[in-house]
Write a protein that binds this ligand. Structure first.
Ligand SMILES: [Zn+2]
Length: 309
């Protein structure tokens, strides 16, 4: 793989995840860039830049993490809950490749906060829950990490370190084009999977002291945020710039698109859980019930409450 062999016009540069492996360093990883899909998700809401930016990071993270789920219906949900200016943020991924997200926040409290502020400033005290449903049938797995540190990328690295016991590094970046209004977000995850050491004496005091891993993180830390979000660079080029000496191998990419799962039937089944009296309370002046999907902002209108069987 080298720069010259990649023809830009043939290669998708946004809304995809590209898995890769660097055998020489025992590293596997994934890199992503979101473009039109991200703009589409965010355009359903009129979020201030501070909220849009962290939600964009969360969507890039959900794409990175969710794209390991290859079976249709596999689902990865990232949920931040806290007592701070942003009280709730949800980003989720449904295989293959559908992402959606939304946030709840206090508009007054968010006003004075710059985009890219620390997690404490954005969220106050809270936690980030990562829930994985591998398929619709299998059991779910949930991991939790506190919303501390400078960024979502740091919190995610921490989560991996704890849950998978693997040295992991997550990078996230967001760019908003003030002229066109377009949003871009990018992310990269690398993990160290040393082989040949299983069951034998560990040569290094801590997993993350391994020279291969130190070398990989040194290179990964030279990644500039604008490389992740620049739609004129292919993701292959970004990887090549970082790791060309160690010859990264890339796998088939996974396309990402906006996908909400609200349907009339699904919302109806939620409404059925309310008592008839509650439903009567929800009526608009014209007798209809209006349900707004938090993810895509679509209004679902039900002409009149149906009496329970
Ligand atoms: Zn929806």
């Amino acid at each position: 793989m080298n720069d010259e062999t990649i023809r830009l016009e043939d290669t998708k540069v946004t809304d995809l995840v590209l898995p890769f492996q660097i055998d020489a360093l025992d590293v596997r990883g994934r890199i992503t860039r979101l473009g039109p899909t991200l703009s589409e998700v965010l355009s359903a809401h009129a979020y201030p830049a501070t909220v849009a930016q962290v939600l964009a990071e969360a969507l890039a993270l959900a794409s990175l993490l969710g794209s390991v789920l290859r079976e249709d219906g596999g689902q990865m949900t990232l949920q931040a809950k806290s007592n701070g200016p942003i009280s709730l943020m949800v980003a989720d991924y449904l295989a293959p490749g559908a992402v959606r997200g939304y946030a709840q926040f206090d508009p007054e409290a968010v006003k004075g906060i710059e985009p890219g502020a620390s997690l404490e400033t954005l969220f106050g005290e809270g936690y980030l829950a990562l829930t994985v449903d591998k398929t619709l049938k299998t059991e779910r797995y949930q991991g939790i990490v506190s919303l501390q540190g400078n960024s979502l990328a740091e919190a995610a690295s921490e989560y991996f370190q704890n849950s998978e016991q693997l040295p992991s590094l997550v990078k996230l970046a967001v760019r908003h084009d003030g002229l066109t209004g377009e949003w871009f977000a990018g992310g990269m995850l690398i993990q160290h999977l040393p082989h040949g050491e299983v069951g034998s004496t560990r040569h290094f005091a801590a997993e993350d002291q391994h020279p291969n891993w130190q070398h990989a993180t040194l290179l990964a830390n030279t990644l500039r945020p604008e490389e992740l979000t620049d739609p004129t660079l292919t993701l292959e080029t970004v990887l090549w710039r970082l790791f060309h000496q160690d010859e990264p191998r890339v796998y088939d990419s996974i396309g990402i698109h906006r996908g909400c799962r609200c349907t009339r039937e699904r919302i109806q089944s939620v409404l059925r859980q309310f008592s008839f009296e509650d439903l009567m309370q929800m009526r608009e002046a014209d007798g209809s019930i209006r349900v707004n999907c938090a993810f895509c902002s679509k209004d679902w209108i039900f002409e009149r409450p149906q009496e329970k069987d």
